[in-house]
Design a protein around this ligand. Structure first.
Ligand SMILES: [Zn+2]
Length: 89
C-alpha cells in the first residue's frame, strides 16, 4: 500500500464511501421504484442495483491518513476528497 501522499505516513485506514453510497444508491433506488410502478420489470432491476451499490461501497474504499487526517482515493490520488462531516462518523 502506498504511503500518505501528504506526510508519507504508513498509518492508513480504509474509509468506506458511505455518503456516496447513500446519495447514488438510494437516489437510484427511488428512481427505480417510480419506474417499477409504471413498468413492473424494474422490480427485478431494483435488487441488482442495491447489491451493486453495496458492492461498490465495499470494494472501493478511500484511504485516510491517521497522522495528518488527509483523505484520498487510492485509484485517483490527485483528486481532492472533501470530507463530508455531516453524513460520515
Ligand atoms: Zn498523512
Amino acid at each position: 500500500m502506498m504511503p500518505c501522499p501528504k506526510c508519507q505516513s504508513s498509518r492508513l485506514v480504509p474509509v468506506g464511501q458511505y455518503s456516496k453510497l447513500v446519495k447514488r444508491g438510494f437516489l437510484g433506488a427511488g428512481v427505480l421504484i417510480i419506474a417499477a410502478v409504471i413498468v413492473p420489470i424494474f422490480w427485478l432491476v431494483l435488487p441488482i442495483w442495491m447489491l451493486g451499490s453495496i458492492w461498490m461501497y465495499l470494494t472501493r474504499p478511500l484511504l485516510a491518513c491517521e497522522d495528518c487526517d488527509h483523505m484520498w482515493d487510492p485509484r485517483n490520488p490527485k483528486a481532492v476528497i472533501q470530507r463530508q462531516k455531516a453524513a460520515d462518523s
